[in-house]
Ligand binder design. Sequence first.
Ligand SMILES: *[C@@H]1O[C@H](CO)[C@@H](O)[C@H](O)[C@H]1NC(C)=O
Ligand SMILES: *[C@@H]1O[C@H](CO)[C@@H](O)[C@H](O)[C@H]1NC(C)=O
Ligand SMILES: *[C@@H]1O[C@H](CO)[C@@H](O)[C@H](O)[C@H]1NC(C)=O
Ligand SMILES: *[C@@H]1O[C@H](CO)[C@@H](O)[C@H](O)[C@H]1NC(C)=O
Ligand SMILES: *[C@@H]1O[C@H](CO)[C@@H](O)[C@H](O)[C@H]1NC(C)=O
Length: 565
Amino acid sequence: MRNLLSLLLVLAGVSAQRTTEWTFVQNGTSGVVPVELITISPTLMLMYDRADGNPLLLPDGERAWAAIWNLETNTPTPVSTITDTFCAGGAFISNGTLVSVAGQPLETPGQLPEDGRMGIRLFDPCTSPTGANCTVFEDPANIHLAVTRWYPTGLRIPDGSLMVIGGSNINVFYNTGPTTENSFEFWPSRPGEAGTVIPSQFLVDAVPVNLFPRSFVLPSGKIFMIANNISMIYDIETNTETRLPDLPNGVRVANPFDGTAQLLPLSPPLYEPTVLVCGGSATDDSLPTTVISNNDPATDQCSRITLTAAGVAKGWEVERMPEVRILMESVLLPTGDVLLINGAKTGYSGYPSVVGSNVTMSNAANPAFRGMLYRTTFPAGQRITQEGIPTSNIARMYHSSASLTAKGNIMVAGSNTVPAVVGPPALFPTEFRVQYLNPDFITNNSPRPTIQSSPTQILFNQKATLKVTVPPSLALGETQVSLMDMGYVTHAQHANSRLVFLEHTLIGNTLEITAPPNNFIYPPGPAWIFLVADGVYSEGVQVMIGDGGDPPRANQGIKIPFNSL
Ligand SMILES: *[C@@H]1O[C@H](CO)[C@@H](O)[C@H](O)[C@H]1NC(C)=O
Ligand SMILES: *[C@@H]1O[C@H](CO)[C@@H](O)[C@H](O)[C@H]1NC(C)=O
Ligand SMILES: *[C@@H]1O[C@H](CO)[C@@H](O)[C@H](O)[C@H]1NC(C)=O
Ligand SMILES: *[C@@H]1O[C@H](CO)[C@@H](O)[C@H](O)[C@H]1NC(C)=O
Ligand SMILES: *[C@@H]1O[C@H](CO)[C@@H](O)[C@H](O)[C@H]1NC(C)=O
């Protein structure tokens, strides 16, 4: 009956017109501010914060600064670390361990957490559904970065290790002067390179708006980077930087003018990469903080560029959002669309330091309460919509976050505009309430595709068989198999966020997929598989892509023709 109905609807052209109505559900409080938010298992999220007086307590009675969030009970469990996790970056590496790197300088001598700036925090795969016994391992005396870094990017590269990009030696608004750390390093360090860093002219040129440089691995294995209003491609093997066109119209997108960036989905056969950059500020970066204000409007600009010879010749393509935005998160969805959420309409990142911020206690003002959906495959000019996207009543500005969960909804949490926990009557209190933004099919509990069984590991270019079901109502629509890294979310940057559409055949309940051809298309490490049918997606299943060994790994898979710089 349902089959017949959906057939009739398709014949009538109704299916294509299905509109999405998203809804917010608020449930539970995070106990710490999820300044960093990472999906670690089907049921759990990891949250890293500052040690600044959170309500959640460690077993010894101390106030926690890290916690595991349970998506099923909507409760946090404190996690202890030795070094200060605040202002860190990170990534999963090839053996499945989540590495959090760098962080905050020492705040209270003689007391935990210790100086986090050279920190390496290892969180091994967590198989307990409740997170029991899942802990952070640290050995700061022996396992640490080469130099101190605050606000660096962590990126998993094709050999499965971590590239650590930029930062500052101290807490700053503008990253200028002798305390900049305009360099790269790798962890684990390369043979003969322990204790050394690679200077970057690109990062020097991006001063003073170059913290958390937005970076992605391209199908060539080279690294795309954007900071301030400049972009480049970095070749790790030859240590060469090749500059690309500037972002148009003076828009700047790294911290403290945080715009957000995503590598749009990579599709076979040629895996042409396109990067999307939205929000930020077009303020002149030579203006001092005594002149810029938390009422300065953010930009409404989204820009995208295809990183092929032809794409770069064409340059950045500009589109306008319906509203201006800074400090906005971007969440890549299994469909390939991008949800844009959180942030403010005016001001900047960072703690009260610009004009007006001593009144509001925030460098940003005018919270943005309504997200937007960027529809990747729509024609230019029609891609960004607010239709069906609900308005929240919770201000989520500096130190808020949003991440896709394995369940397929978006966890939206945090916001803390001052270096302390503050409640009302502060205009922007520290925010612990957790929300989920649910697509219509989750809200309505409508039939979704399901993945009943799947392998836990797939080698590159290898075929694998999954047992799945697709509800009859969706069976006539297009199917997609999305292999994703949900990223390490912090400060409007979703490092390592990645979606590769897999070649597949679906016959009855048997889905045969082919893993990405090699470690350049998907750097080796953990991933999630979602089955999408007619725009409705399953819950994600976790899989290790590649041989799962410790980094660095030799190249894996097969060479293929591809079209990417
Ligand atoms: C909140 O989550 C708990 C635990 O999953 C659940 O029992 C409760 O029904 C949820 N409340 C709302 C309002 O969704
Ligand atoms: C956690 O570790 C304790 C002590 O080693 C052990 O008794 C317990 O069974 C473990 N729990 C889980 C869920 O692994
Ligand atoms: C990028 O910023 C620099 C420094 O402020 C400026 O000179 C340059 O014109 C900007 N580029 C564009 C395309 O706006
Ligand atoms: C707050 O900022 C305004 C504008 O910069 C300045 O005039 C005023 O003196 C500041 N007030 C305090 C108490 O710092
Ligand atoms: C992954 O590799 C890192 C670097 O060698 C190592 O410290 C970590 O213990 C490894 N994780 C697992 C789960 O073996």
